[in-house]
Design a protein around this ligand. Structure first.
Ligand code: MG
Length: 370
């Protein structure tokens, strides 16, 4: 089988607000083959820039556009193509937009391989440990502890068994932080998991003090308490923290995640449509098994990202948790016709060949950037 064309399709809702919401502007990647099979992937990054990473022509060594690297290749040789894409973009790539773009191609290649073998992607990634994955939804803390309590109640009413609160008013003042976490815990009860995203608020010392204050609320993890680049700080904080520390939604490649793991991060959070794709995710979960850590996908864009994350988690022994985005954007809710639903706090893993999803052409036509 040969790759005949790569089609990066930029989708954007009419008004993109400057809020942390990955569902408003995405790059869908279609990879076409001479066998009539088309694979689907997604990039959650700066779509204009990542599209250019595909469309750029060949140039001097190791600075080629991704489409030119892939056309003519055997799509079933997924791991080799990851190495080829990584190496042949490395003068402008390695980290940043080029590796984000590679994520979309890599997801599409796994989809092609699954479709061609008639097997779901999770089987190709290493097995089927579960047919559904437990969901957690995330939301910004409310303006007041009462508002946070109301949001927690919505999650309970939705049947979720795990929820994450973050950013907003959190991080500025210890007393307020405790009041918000207390409000969420009171509503969620002891039987549900509560995670907290600190939104890069502190240095390592402050984070350790805050972790000690929050520990009595039995939080599942404290996410990104430090700047993503404060690697030394993570190295100091993690061994001392009384609660698990999570990080990695801004990291790419298994090398970055190995660094986080070696600095002691307990829960790593690759985004499959950003970190380098399913090939990277599988390497990260292999590292987690080796170091006795846990990977939980960051996932906040479309049903393509969600489905890829579900397949990854289905293939990992301790992978029973996925972020489930509840935003109303049509790119999240309608782009994938058979979007996996939330059922009793869990999300079924598609069982059809490849990713097992079908895109809605009308949604693509409506939101495609010309
Ligand atoms: Mg986060």
């Amino acid at each position: 089988m040969k790759i005949t064309d790569v089609e990066p399709i930029h989708l954007r809702v009419p008004v993109v607000e400057e809020i942390p919401d990955g569902t408003l502007d995405v790059l869908v990647v279609l990879i076409h083959t001479d066998a009539g099979i088309t694979g689907v992937g997604e990039v959650t990054s700066q779509s204009y820039v990542c599209k250019a990473c595909f469309d750029a022509p060949r140039s001097a060594a190791r600075r080629h556009g991704l489409t030119s690297i892939l056309v003519g290749e055997d799509p079933l040789d997924v791991e080799r193509l990851w190495e080829k894409m990584y190496y042949e973009t490395n003068r402008y790539g390695r980290r940043g937009a080029a590796i984000h773009a590679i994520s979309g191609a890599d997801i599409a290649l796994w989809d092609i391989r699954g479709r061609s073998e008639g097997r779901p992607v999770h089987e190709l990634l290493g097995g089927s440990h579960r047919s559904s994955v437990r969901a957690y939804a995330s939301v910004l803390f409310g303006d007041t502890p009462d508002d946070t309590a109301k949001l927690a109640q919505e999650f309970v009413d939705m049947g979720l068994t795990a929820a994450k609160f973050g950013w907003g008013p959190f991080g500025k003042n210890a007393e307020t932080d405790v009041a918000h976490v207390q409000a969420a815990r009171d509503v969620l009860g002891d039987e549900r998991d509560l995670m907290v995203d600190a939104g890069h608020a502190w240095d390592a010392d402050t984070a350790r003090q805050r972790a000690e204050l929050l520990a009595p609320f039995n939080i599942g993890w404290l996410e990104e308490p430090l700047s993503q680049d404060d690697r030394r700080g993570y190295g100091e904080l993690c061994p001392q923290s009384p609660v698990p520390i999570a990080a990695g939604e801004g990291d790419v490649t298994h090398w970055d995640f190995e660094d986080l793991i070696q600095r002691g991060v307990h829960v790593v959070q690759p985004d499959v449509a950003f970190c380098g794709g399913l090939t990277v995710c599988r390497r990260v979960s292999d590292l987690c098994a080796e170091y006795d850590r846990r990977a939980v996908p960051h996932c906040f864009s479309t049903g393509i990202n969600l489905t890829a994350s579900l397949h990854w988690m289905a293939s990992v022994p301790n992978g029973d948790l996925v972020e489930y985005c509840l935003r109303p954007s049509p790119l999240m809710r309608k782009l994938v016709k058979n979007l996996p639903p939330l059922v009793d706090g869990r999300v079924p893993v598609p069982n059809g060949p490849g990713l097992g999803i079908e895109l809605d052409d009308a949604v693509i036509r409506e939101f495609q950037v010309a």
